[in-house]
Design a protein around this ligand. Structure first.
Ligand code: SF4
Length: 351
């Protein structure tokens, strides 16, 4: 099944296009304070190696806004400055090289300040993501939220849109996030029905790594299957690299990114001969950073392994004597010793 994407306008975060038919891009966010630019840059390098394409950094004060300059000049991926409450920090970050801004117009201090942020973004030639979140909804929308939460969130986003459109600035991306996957789903559907701005999708406060990824996928997979979503973040209480791995797996599973590698691995059982869990985790890390759109299989035994992973480009299956390598379900030959290295060498041969 080929998913038909919603037609949206396009914006650019540095060289990364969002919307306008571009591939759904993967985002994450640094967990470090921007003023600690070395720590942020280390984290951004790990995120980029895992396949993150746009990263957000929180800007809370003047020191953070000044550090954006160094972070953006040395980051391997475009950096978005995330600013709340203080429009001056957004203006400063835009002038300091941020590839984009993320604001909530409802908390930036009124129409005049929103106008100043828009003017700074226009001068820097960068987009602004307008983020609406169930945790920071306007007070007057609370009664509607109790009755129809998705409509209230959508209405908040429409208000923010009108505020931004009044400034004459059009390089906008919208996000509407709820921690409830189904409210998240419905509010994005409502907004997408009447607007062609690109959408950044994600379930906010989704939870710890595994359960958070599943809660996110419950909402995001449905949106993506309906063609909604131009860029996404899977927000987890975990190492942000896990967010990137989860987002990559979701896009790959839906056939939306054929350039993302996939690791097929068995759950193991009493027939298992090798460390499937350890090899699969390491191979996934390596192929994600290599950016090869390949499928690699790691299977515990040769009884069912190659057959179960027949579609894999290359794979390994445990045997009593070590393992066998296989390609597209066909055995290549036995290997022993460092099985991970043997598999990686075979992956390298794929070019
Ligand atoms: S591949 Fe072998 S070890 Fe893995 S689950 Fe299947 S039968 Fe068990």
């Amino acid at each position: 099944m080929k998913i038909k994407r919603r037609e949206t306008r396009k914006v650019y975060y540095g060289a990364v296009q969002v919307g306008g038919g571009s591939p759904v891009s993967i985002q994450s966010m640094s967990t470090r304070k921007a003023a600690d630019s070395g720590a942020v840059l280390n984290e951004l390098a790990s995120l980029a190696a895992a396949g993150c394409e746009i990263a957000r950094v929180a800007v809370k004060d003047q020191r953070d806004a000044e550090a954006i300059n160094k972070i953006c000049s040395e980051s391997p991926i475009p950096v978005v400055a995330d600013v709340h409450f203080n429009y001056r920090l957004a203006v400063l970050a835009a002038g300091n090289g941020a590839a984009g801004l993320r604001i909530n117009p409802g908390n930036i201090g009124g129409a005049e300040k929103v106008r100043k942020v828009a003017a700074a973004a226009a001068e820097a030639g960068i987009p602004v993501r307008v983020g609406v979140n169930s945790g920071s909804l306007e007070k007057d929308l609370a009664p509607l939220y109790r009755k129809a939460p998705a409509r209230a969130l959508c209405q908040s986003a429409v208000r923010a849109k009108e505020l931004m459109e009044d400034t004459g600035f059009g390089d906008l991306v919208f996000s509407i996030k709820s921690s409830d996957p189904m409210i998240n789903l419905e509010s994005n559907r409502l907004f997408a029905a009447d607007n062609d701005y690109p959408l950044h999708i994600g379930v906010t406060e989704a939870g710890p790594a595994l359960s958070g990824a599943v809660r996110s996928a419950a909402s995001l997979a449905l949106l993506l299957c309906e063609g909604i979503g131009d860029t996404l973040r899977i927000s987890l209480s975990a190492d942000p690299v896990e967010e990137v791995v989860a987002a990559a797996a979701l896009l790959s599973a839906l056939g939306l990114r054929e350039d993302i590698p996939r690791v097929v691995s068995c759950p193991t059982c009493g027939r298992c001969h090798i460390d499937v869990q350890g090899i699969a985790a390491e191979v996934e890390r390596r192929v994600l950073s290599a950016g090869k759109g390949i499928t690699v299989a790691v299977m515990g035994c040769e009884v069912n392994g190659p057959g179960e992973a027949a579609e894999a480009d290359v794979g390994i299956a445990g045997t009593a004597a070590g393992a066998v390598l296989f390609r597209k379900g066909r055995k290549l030959g036995p290997v022993s010793g460092d099985l991970l290295q043997a598999l990686l060498a075979e992956i390298d041969k794929l070019g």
